[in-house]
Design a protein around this ligand. Structure first.
Ligand SMILES: C[S+](C)CC[C@H](N)C(=O)O
Ligand SMILES: N[C@@H](CCS)C(=O)O
Ligand SMILES: [Zn+2]
Length: 331
């Protein structure tokens, strides 16, 4: 996986990628699948509302993605934040407990699924999945669409972003996930905050940092990926870098660019191609790619050098089944 990482535990990810035949499969849209099962998440907490209201549904979605062939589960903590829970009247203790619950639910689903696979190993071609604790961007918490604009305004400083992320990161680390997944990072300042925080907190769990993109060339803020990746390349704590929740037709050229910019593993999990209206809080019908198209894309992304491939919003277990089938040639 490129140059030796300072973090020896980056090895869990390297091992998984190797076991998966050179390219591991991530899960797909988590909130999307909750909604498919009838969850109502039109709320400032978005999918994290389910941690309060319906944790069993979270288990169900994780199991569906494992069954579809995901080698990595991303937890339900994308929009789970301590201030977000406090503003619902929960105590700090309850908020922190819910964050830990998100890791526990995913880990228990993984363990349950893996135990069932091990009972009939000949019938399956699964790997023991890893659990990646989702850390959504500050923009996700704001719930104003700014994870797709990167525009946090002039009052948001590096220190403020580190303060926002610090306690949640500490709590999630205490819950001992296999990986940390920073998702939909929309600007350079937040990438820097994540990198500095991992160092300051001496985090030993390997991380990936993923950016969104709305023009297919730059971070949503308009800042160049060259500059964003310069910061990430200096980190010994980050094992993989890439793109999530951007349209799939941007991904191939971004993998090619990232290959030139970093020796880290490249991770891509785009959305279906639809666009999020952050004000109306709905997905706008636009260019949307189906599972067959994802199957085609996935081989191209793998051939271009991506090491972790999955789906984000509006993709489903059937998308992941298609990706897994083509990447692992499962029958
Ligand atoms: C990845 S977006 C669709 C998540 C939801 C957004 N942060 C909101 O709360 O509106
Ligand atoms: N892990 C989150 C990312 C949203 S962009 C989800 O799949 O819902
Ligand atoms: Zn998404």
């Amino acid at each position: 996986m490129g140059r030796e990482r300072g973090n020896a535990k980056g090895k869990v990810l390297e091992d998984l990628i190797e076991k998966a035949g050179g390219c591991a499969v991530l899960d797909g849209g988590f909130a999307t699948q909750l909604e498919k099962h009838g969850a109502s998440i039109n709320d400032p907490l978005w999918s994290a509302l389910c941690l309060i209201k319906d944790p069993h549904l979270i288990t169900r979605v994780h199991l569906e993605y494992l069954e579809a062939g995901a080698d990595v589960l991303v937890t339900s903590s994308y929009q789970a934040t301590i201030p977000g829970f406090l503003s619902r009247g929960l105590s700090t203790e309850e908020a922190e407990s819910l964050l830990k619950t998100s890791v526990r639910i995913a880990t228990e689903a993984r363990d349950k699924f893996w135990a069932s696979v091990k009972r009939k190993p000949a019938e399956h071609n699964y790997n023991r999945a890893l659990v990646a604790a989702s850390i959504g961007s500050y923009g996700a918490y704001l719930a104003d669409g700014s994870e797709y604009s990167g525009n946090y305004g002039p009052t948001v400083t590096l220190e403020k972003l580190k303060d926002f992320h610090r306690r949640r990161l500490q709590v999630l680390v205490e819950a001992r996930p296999d990986l940390l997944a920073f998702e939909t990072i929309p600007n350079k300042l937040e990438a820097q905050a994540c990198v500095e925080l991992l160092d300051e907190e001496n985090v030993e769990i390997p991380s990936w940092i993923c950016f969104s993109s709305v023009d297919g060339e730059n971070a949503p803020s308009g800042e160049r990926f060259e500059d964003c990746l310069d910061i990430i390349n200096k980190s010994s704590k980050v094992c993989a870098v890439g793109i999530n929740c951007a349209p799939p037709h941007f991904v191939l050229s971004l993998i090619q660019r990232f290959k030139e910019l970093t020796a880290m593993a490249i991770v891509v999990y785009p959305n279906s191609g639809e666009t999020w209206d952050g004000i109306a809080k709905r997905w706008l019908p636009s260019k949307c790619f189906d599972d067959e198209k994802f199957e085609l894309f996935a081989t191209k992304w793998r051939d271009a050098g991506a090491k972790l491939i999955g789906g984000c919003c509006r993709t489903t277990p059937s998308t992941i089944r298609s990706i897994s089938k083509i990447l692992k040639e499962r029958s």
